[in-house]
Ligand binder design. Structure first.
Ligand code: PGA
Length: 248
């Protein structure tokens, strides 16, 4: 069965709680005026999550975290567990974003443990993979992404979402050709089907400089099951234009 498309906004480290609540309220208003045909989620900073979750109550827009710790609780100063995110009303959590893999040295193994933690807490992990520019130019994109899928996607434990985000496309305005997006997504689908019984029904999002102007063509690529949107998700009008582009 084809997965329901998901449009997810990654707000990254932007917005104090009032601003985040205003943005969430604007999105909830748009969802009420024109109910989305796809699944929608926003992932604000931890500090704004409860204000955002409050604004999204009763709306079809879900809240998500941007990361979680692999353990449920313990002596991990500064960390937030998947259970804590679930407690705030989150449905999703992003794990393995390239800004954590490359900026903070997170490994496939750690990302898999975080994804398992999310599943344990009843959350849906959005597991990010993607090659660097050097890896793409060396012709290794498929190999890199395959090894990230094998290393970071748990084999069982509940539903997951995968996001293909080429590192060089994030926040740069550069987007791979549609053919390249298609070939990586096909490859991810094949790997997911080899590894998991539900491989055919996992939504595989594209992320990296997605915006209203390119959303339709990206969503038109076979196997692209939604978008993970950074910069363009900070503007409710832009984000909602992308939501309205996504059809089941
Ligand atoms: P971008 O970020 O849309 O600003 O490129 C995407 C992401 O990092 O998830």
């Amino acid at each position: 069965m084809a997965p329901t498309p998901l449009i997810a906004g990654n707000w990254k480290m932007n917005g104090l709680s009032d601003e985040a609540a205003d943005r969430a309220r604007a999105l909830a208003g748009k969802a009420q005026a024109s109910p989305p045909a796809c699944a929608v989620a926003v992932c604000p900073p931890f500090t704004a999550l409860s204000a955002v979750a409050r604004e999204l109550q009763g709306s079809p827009i879900a809240a998500g975290g941007q990361d979680c710790h692999a353990e449920a609780s313990g002596a991990y100063t500064g960390s937030v567990s998947a259970e804590m995110l679930a407690d705030l009303g989150c449905r999703y959590v992003i794990v393995g974003h390239s800004e954590r893999r490359h900026g903070l040295g997170e490994t496939d193994h750690l990302v898999r443990d975080k994804a398992k933690a999310a599943l344990r807490a009843g959350l849906i992990p959005i597991i990010c993979v993607g090659e660097t520019l050097d890896e793409r130019e060396a012709g290794n994109a498929l190999m890199v992404v395959e090894s990230q899928i094998d290393g970071s996607v748990p084999i069982e434990g509940g539903p997951v979402v995968v996001a293909y985000e080429p590192v060089w496309a994030i926040g740069t305005g550069r987007v791979p050709t549609l053919a390249d997006v298609g070939s990586v997504h096909d490859h991810i689908r094949q790997r997911l089907c080899v590894r998991r019984g539900d491989g055919a029904s996992i939504a595989i999002l594209y992320g990296g400089s997605a915006k209203p102007e390119n959303a339709a063509e990206l969503l038109g690529v076979e196997e692209v099951g939604g978008l993970l949107v950074g910069g363009a998700s900070l503007d409710p009008d832009s984000f909602w234009a992308m939501v309205e582009t996504a059809q089941p």
